[in-house]
Every structure is written in structure tokens, then in C-alpha cells.
Design a protein around this ligand. Structure first.
Ligand code: BTN
Length: 259
């Protein structure tokens, strides 16, 4: 079956502008690079760059993102939010993924702060946000999302123990168009909510699997250990160190102790 099934996607898609312009590649280095080119050329907000395969898919902190063909979702959205909404996209994106997973499979996924989507103790999806800000204004931002939909994680030695896919969880394949249409629906709804100052933070907080856990957080060249107590209204992680002091961390890489 050709991917994507455009008539199925068209049938399912109910957004106003997110994903209404589709730029599709069967194989690409990274959808982020194509989306950057599109954004620089004036692509309208909500432009969706979608690929079946990425040969140089990238994750946060310079990591690579396994992107084999025929199995998963690799996409980047071009958005042009006001500066104060930009930060909230790290909340909006994993939440939209979790909602889409719940809608299409019934599985309740968790979020590992700030924006990894996990099922149990395995990673299902990741978010990469790249932005161009000039003179206090967002020229554009590139919201990249990778979701392991039908990947056979056991076939990839580096991922066999730490990643999962919807197929692995359910024991059956899931149509990627269904997950994509639901994801775009929730992204638009949550993005609009974030722009209007709506309460996206509380739903994100309720899904955080990080809270109440002993964690190690790496950011810049700093490493902090302690109890992940809470998040503040900006989405920063509030970490209680062993000496009793508390710090707020804006972005970083969290390892849950014992995983
Ligand atoms: C992470 O968890 O480290 C973020 C992973 C982001 C992967 C997606 S796949 C689509 C887009 N293109 C990329 O090269 N990366 C993002």
C-alpha cells in the first residue's frame, strides 16, 4: 500500500491549517532541513513536511533518530508563533502525541520531562524544536516529531531494550494515517489553546512520569541529581537537591534513576 494514503488522510483530517499544505518525500536526510528551506521560502504556517524514511534523522542533543522506511512517522511542522508561545510548544507537542496515541489505540502514554513520550519504561516518540528568532521575534520554528508506529524495535540492537512502538505494544499494525490525522488535530487545538493562554500546562503535568522520581539531569556541562518535585508555570523542572536546595531547570536531559 502506497504511503501515505492521501484519500484516507484527506478523509480523516479536520484541521483548519495544520497539515493542510503537505510536502512529502519518500526518502530525505532530515525533514527538519526541508522544513527550514520551506520556511525560509515563506511557507505558510502549518506546512507539514513528511517523510517515509530519513537517512540522517536527528534527535535532541546531537543524537541520531532511527528512521527506517515503511514503519513510522517522521514529520516537521513550520509554525510562526509569537515569542511567548514558542516555549509552550515543548508542552504542546508531547501532549498532542499522547492524545493522538490515546485516541487511536487507547494506550495512555506518559511524558518524560520535557517532551519525550514513553509507554511504560520505553520511549515511543521524541520532539525536536528548532527556532529562528530575530530581534525578539520568531521568524519561524520547526517542530519535528518522530513516532515509532510500526517499528520492530527488537530488530535494532541499540533500541531493543529502550524503545517501543505502537505495534510492539498492541501486537498489531496501526495505520500511520490515523495517528497522523489525530496528531495534527490535537496539535492545532493545543497550539490555538496555548496562543490563547489556555491551560495546556496542567494536562502535560498530569502526564509527566518524571515527577516524584530520583533523577539525574544534564544541561550544558552541568549535571544535577535529586528529586524531581514539580514543574513551575513556565514548564521548568523543579529539582530538590540532596542538600535541600531547589533549582529550576529550563531544558535538559533526564535519566530516571534505575533506568
Ligand atoms: C528526540 O527525542 O531526541 C527528538 C527526536 C525527533 C525526531 C524527529 S523525526 C522528524 C524530525 N526530523 C528529524 O531529523 N528529527 C525530527
Amino acid at each position: 500500500m502506497a504511503w501515505p494514503d492521501l484519500s484516507r488522510l484527506e478523509q480523516l483530517l479536520d484541521t483548519r491549517y495544520v497539515g493542510r499544505r503537505l510536502v512529502y518525500y519518500s526518502s530525505v536526510g532530515s525533514t527538519q532541513d526541508i522544513a527550514r528551506r520551506e520556511a525560509e521560502a515563506g511557507a505558510p504556517e502549518g506546512t507539514l513536511v513528511l517523510a517515509d524514511e530519513q537517512t540522517a534523522g536527528r534527535g535532541r542533543l546531537g543524537r541520531s533518530w532511527a528512521s527506517p522506511p515503511g514503519q513510522n512517522l517522521y514529520l516537521t511542522l513550520v509554525l510562526r508563533p509569537p515569542l511567548e508561545v514558542l516555549k509552550r510548544l515543548t508542552i504542546v507537542a508531547p501532549l498532542a502525541v499522547a492524545r493522538a496515541v490515546a485516541d487511536t489505540t487507547g494506550i495512555q502514554a506518559g511524558i518524560k520531562w520535557p517532551n519525550d513520550v514513553w509507554i511504560g519504561r520505553r520511549k515511543l516518540a521524541g520532539v525536536l524544536l528548532e527556532s529562528e528568532v530575530q530581534g525578539g521575534q520568531v521568524r519561524y520554528c520547526l517542530l519535528g516529531i518522530g513516532i515509532n508506529v510500526n517499528m520492530d524495535v527488537e530488530a535494532i540492537p541499540d533500541l531493543a531494550e529502550i524503545a517501543t512502538s505502537l505495534r510492539r505494544e498492541l501486537g498489531r499494525e496501526v495505520p500511520r494515517e490515523d495517528v497522523l490525522a489525530s496528531l495534527l488535530h490535537h496539535l492545532e487545538a493545543l497550539y490555538e489553546e496555548a496562543r490563547g493562554g489556555g491551560p495546556v500546562l496542567e494536562e502535560w503535568r498530569a502526564r509527566l512520569i518524571t515527577l516524584g522520581q530520583e533523577v539525574t539531569v544534564r544541561f550544558g556541562d552541568q549535571v544535577e541529581e535529586g528529586l524531581a518535585e514539580d514543574v513551575d508555570e513556565e514548564g521548568r523542572l523543579l529539582l530538590r537537591r540532596r542538600d535541600g536546595s531547589r533549582i529550576a531547570i529550563e531544558a535538559g536531559d533526564v535519566t530516571l534513576r534505575g533506568s
